[in-house]
Design a binder for this molecule. Structure first.
Ligand SMILES: NC(=O)c1ccc[n+]([C@@H]2O[C@H](COP(=O)([O-])OP(=O)(O)OC[C@H]3O[C@@H](n4cnc5c(N)ncnc54)[C@H](OP(=O)(O)O)[C@@H]3O)[C@@H](O)[C@H]2O)c1
Length: 246
């Protein structure tokens, strides 16, 4: 029976992953921001076959609590076989320019909290000598963009830090997958006009589940074609890139 820690369990993408584990009667520990939403997800996963061994409400801006969350999950599950870090927030950059304190808060929510969680997870996973961790970053972390300056910088930090953790844990038989979705139709992007680039949460969740179960690749673009798209985007010289309003 799989033992799974879902952080940001109420995210549309994480819920899809959770449902696939529920079908396998996995034991799950759920971490989310909003109590009612968390209860609803716990009930849904239970109906689908999961055994929910614990839930914790956590606002990720309170990153200092990360070690306690990991300890509680470890206590409830025994072994952390699969961990998915899925919480995040896409702020409106225009508003952040006028509120530097909110920029810092959003950076802490999207990046510092992930650094805190992974730092707390390292000794646990090292001692276990097994486990697979999925960290949801974003293609937005690959280049700084005017419209997503704070979010992109936070995801860049998540990508770089998760790579460091992957390298550190590699000799211990622990796998870490940095997940880079493109644009996904979820509550986070509800305010954005939709186009052909958008993937469904269901398709992205299924791809993440498969990667977590197979333990490959190290860096997962979802859908896959974002890999060549971002390879091209990285080639655009900054003197041109800075002019693009994207
Ligand atoms: N959607 C996209 O286009 C896209 C693209 C690339 C990467 N991603 C990443 O994918 C992950 C999942 O996002 P999603 O697309 O599934 O969006 P979502 O359904 O809106 O999920 C966002 C999650 O983050 C949680 N959250 C927001 N603020 C929080 C806070 N202060 N403390 C704790 N949790 C907080 C939300 O909790 P509540 O349910 O309580 O609001 C929710 O569980 C995120 O890391 C996101 O950055 C998304």
């Amino acid at each position: 029976m799989r033992r799974v820690l879902l952080i940001g369990a109420t995210s549309a993408i994480a819920q899809e992953v959770g449902r696939l584990y529920a079908e396998r009667q996995a034991q799950v520990f759920l971490v989310g921001r909003t109590a009612e939403k968390l209860e609803a997800v716990a009930a849904d996963l239970t109906v689908r076959g999961a055994k929910v061994v614990g839930t914790v409400c956590w606002d990720a801006r309170d990153w200092a609590q990360a070690a306690d969350i990991v300890a509680r999950a470890r206590h409830a599950l025994g072994v952390l076989e699969v961990v998915l870090i899925a919480h995040g927030s896409l702020p409106r950059q225009e508003e952040l320019w006028h509120h530097p304190e909110r920029s810092v808060e959003q950076f802490q929510l999207n990046a510092t909290s992930v650094v805190a969680l992974l730092s707390a997870l390292v000794p646990v996973l090292q001692a276990q000598r097994r486990g697979t961790v999925g960290v949801i970053s974003s293609v937005a972390g690959e280049r700084g963009r005017a419209r997503m300056a704070v979010y992109g910088a936070a995801k860049a930090a998540v990508t770089a830090f998760s790579a460091g953790v992957r390298g550190y844990l590699y000799p211990y038989g622990v796998k870490l997958i940095t997940i880079k979705p493109g644009v996904v139709d979820t509550p986070m992007t509800a305010h954005l006009p939709k186009n052909f680039l958008f993937a469904s949460a269901r398709a992205v969740g299924r791809r993440i589940y498969r990667a977590l179960e197979r333990g490959a690749p190290d860096i997962l673009y979802v859908p896959w074609w974002w890999r060549p798209v971002m390879a091209l985007a990285r080639l655009v010289p900054e003197r041109l890139f800075k002019r693009l309003r994207i």
